[in-house]
Structures are given as structure tokens and as C-alpha cells.
Ligand binder design. Sequence first.
Ligand SMILES: Cc1cc2nc3c(=O)[nH]c(=O)nc-3n(C[C@H](O)[C@H](O)[C@H](O)COP(=O)(O)OP(=O)(O)OC[C@H]3O[C@@H](n4cnc5c(N)ncnc54)[C@H](O)[C@@H]3O)c2cc1C
Length: 416
Amino acid sequence: MPTEPLRILIAGGGIGGLCLAQGLRQAGADVAVFERAPTAAGFREGYRLHISPEGSHALHTCLPADLFAAVAATSGRPPRAMSFLTERLGELLSVEVLADDTEPDPVAAHRSVNRYTLRRILLQKLDDIVRFGKECIGYERHGDNAVTVRFADGSTAEGNLLIGAEGGHSAIRAQFLPHAERVETGMVSIGGRLPLTTETRRLLPRHLDRGPISVLAPRGLSMFIATHQAVIAEAYRHLAPPDAGDCVVWGFTGPSDRMPVAGRSGEELRRLVIDHLRGWDPRLRRLIEHSDSGSINAISIRTAVPVKAWPPSNVTVMGDAIHSMPPSLGVGANIALRDAEILTQKLSAVYCGELPLLQAVGAYENEMRQYGFAAVRASNRALKQSATTGAFSFAATKAALRILNALPPVKKRVFQ
Ligand SMILES: Cc1cc2nc3c(=O)[nH]c(=O)nc-3n(C[C@H](O)[C@H](O)[C@H](O)COP(=O)(O)OP(=O)(O)OC[C@H]3O[C@@H](n4cnc5c(N)ncnc54)[C@H](O)[C@@H]3O)c2cc1C
């Protein structure tokens, strides 16, 4: 038990905040989560999420065994490779992530998960600590051991430590680190999905059998495509979304000055993507045509700007609230889960009376700034590469990928 009572307040019940709440609850901590959405049913964002071995390991650390088993049981077929193709579907590079004859490590596996299902699992056993309809708007610190968080409905809550986990638009970060900027990258992404049927299977490049593909095209355009195929046992069916079923998800990325997405309907966004597919393999165009217009939406891609170290206090931040990044590498949620794992470990030590609070927060922040901002830089580099508009540099990128592909030992070393 801690030498002093320790109440931990988490602003935001997203992937990172809920995973942390699970970890802290397992450690016996006194924790409360304040989520803006009015109810759990309000979460309908996104569809498929790639969980890396690091993200999977964090879930294993923080979740009770039965909930981790639910994540494993509801995960889709594990990806075996990641491929980069041209817009005519010629192979540029294919990287193996799991050999065909190997079973994934149950703890640290690459996973394809459904966002809705993951959130439902993360919410289990937390009924008494997650408060819905609580939009955090700011806080007041009272020395190093007390903090009051304020909500849009005029109410407040008291604790010893406040953790901002409310995603990219974090109000806690805005007050705590006002110099930590989040800026436009000049790129937008339009995403959608379609059911995986006998007919739509025929449209899929063969590389998709082994894992996601990234299509690199001239003039700064790119397209990510992945399948989510899950056989969910009866015992876990209640965790699947109402529109469950095997599906193909895609994301089309391009410069915002040539892709005006603001205020456009799903149908208008579909047309916008199709207009940019001239000269592409016709199967890709048909994939877009077969997508349900209700599933098509757009985001303007923004990124955090890394900031220098700050002195630790009893307010901190995690996940997209501090290191939001372009989705180009599909790692943002995994980094948020890693934050949750490290915070769980450091705060458990405080709870056991082994570490003073500010020392634990500082140790977390030192680690988090390293890997979190490294992931922001890497995601921005990947976005820039796929956004190459010059014909010469695009040809050079393609040539480099083809050379790497032709040298398996070098490829293995680079991607290890
Ligand atoms: C198209 C796309 C694809 C992606 N694919 C992947 C992928 O495959 N793998 C991967 O690792 N990452 C992926 N990401 C990134 C990933 O979605 C984010 O990094 C991740 O969701 C961040 O988790 P978080 O808990 O920090 O924030 P969030 O998941 O955004 O959760 C924040 C929570 O806080 C709540 N909230 C917001 N404001 C307030 C407030 N003021 N008060 C209280 N609550 C509030 C929100 O309702 C939400 O529940 C993708 C992102 C995009 C856009």
C-alpha cells in the first residue's frame, strides 16, 4: 500500500486510458476514468487496428488473463507479411513478419483487431470507475500531491495525479504544455471498407493473402489496403460490432491541396478517390466502387511536434495527447499501449511505497519522450516518402525498394 493515499484520475477512456485503468486496477490502485462520450455505445470510430508485438505485450501486462484471452480470441488472422506495390500492382518490396510455418507468440503477436471489439474488452470490469459524459476542460494543481480536474458540465473531481489521455485534442496537454504543438502535415486520408465476399476477393491483389499492402503511386498518392478476417467463437460473439464480418479496409492518402475533403459526403469522397485512380490497376478502382458509402470518411493528417523535457509534476500526458502521429506506420495505438504499460509499472511502485510519485512520473516521461517522439519522427518520414511528388525522387524510392527486395539478407537485417 502507498505511504500516502493515491487517487489517480485519467482524462479520456480511449485505447491508452482504458488499458492504463485496467493495469492500475490490477495493481490495486484507486483510479477513475472520465470519458467525454455519453455512453459506451457512442464509440463507433474506425474499424481495423494493427496491434504490434509491443502493443500486444502491453495488453498482456495490463489486462486480467480472461480479458487478454478475449483479445486473442477475437483477433483476426495474423499478418504474415507487409508488401509495397506500384499502382499497377507490381511488387516493390515484401517483408515477412511471420513465417508461414510459425505460430505467432501468444503474448507478443502482430494482431489485426476490431477497434469496437477492443474498446468493449477494455471497458469490461471497469463499470464502477469509468464515468461517461465527462468532458475534461482543465485542471488546478494544489502543490505536488493534489489536483482538481474540471468538466464541461461544471462538476469537478479531486485526486493526487491527473493523466491526460484524451487524444490529439487534449485539453490537459493544452494547459500543461501549451508550447507542445500539433500541426497539419498538408496531407489528407480518405478511408472506407467493403465486405469480403467471393466477388470482392477477386479484386484483391494476391499479396493481401499474407498481410496488408501499401500502394505507392506517382504525384504523392498512396493507398493502404488490409483485410480483417476473424473466426469468433460463440462465447465471444457479443463483443463483435453489429456489422461484424470479414472485410477489406482501405485508406487513400494524398496532398490536401489536390484533395479538398472538408464537408464532403461519403459518395463525394468516393468520387474524389476514383478521380485520382487514372492509370491504376482497374481492380483498385472497383474496390473503391464496391465500398459502402456510409463507411467512407476523411481525415486531415496532423502530427505532434516533439518538445524538450519538462519537470515532472502530478499532471502528465499519454498516447495521442502528447505524441500524436500520422497513421502512416500504424503505430499510434501501440505507443499509447506502451505508455499504459510503463505507467502501470511505475505507478505500481508508488502504490507499493517503493518510489515517490514525482520520481515515478519523471521516469515514465523520460522513457515515453524517447520512444514516443521517435515514433512521431518515423511516421512523418514514412508519410513524406509516400508523399514524394517529384518524378525523379519517386523513381529513386521505387528503385531503392526493388534493390532491397532483391537482397533478402540485407532486407532481413534492415527490417529486423
Ligand atoms: C485512419 C487511422 C488508422 C490508424 N491505424 C492504426 C493502427 O493500425 N495501429 C495503431 O497502432 N494505430 C493506428 N492509428 C492511431 C490510433 O488510432 C491512435 O494513435 C490511438 O487511438 C491513440 O489512443 P489514445 O488512447 O491516445 O487516444 P484515443 O484512442 O483517441 O482516445 C481518446 C479518448 O478521449 C476521449 N476524449 C476526447 N476529449 C476528451 C475530453 N476533453 N474529456 C474526456 N474525454 C475526452 C475520446 O472520446 C476518446 O475516447 C490509426 C489512426 C488513424 C487516424
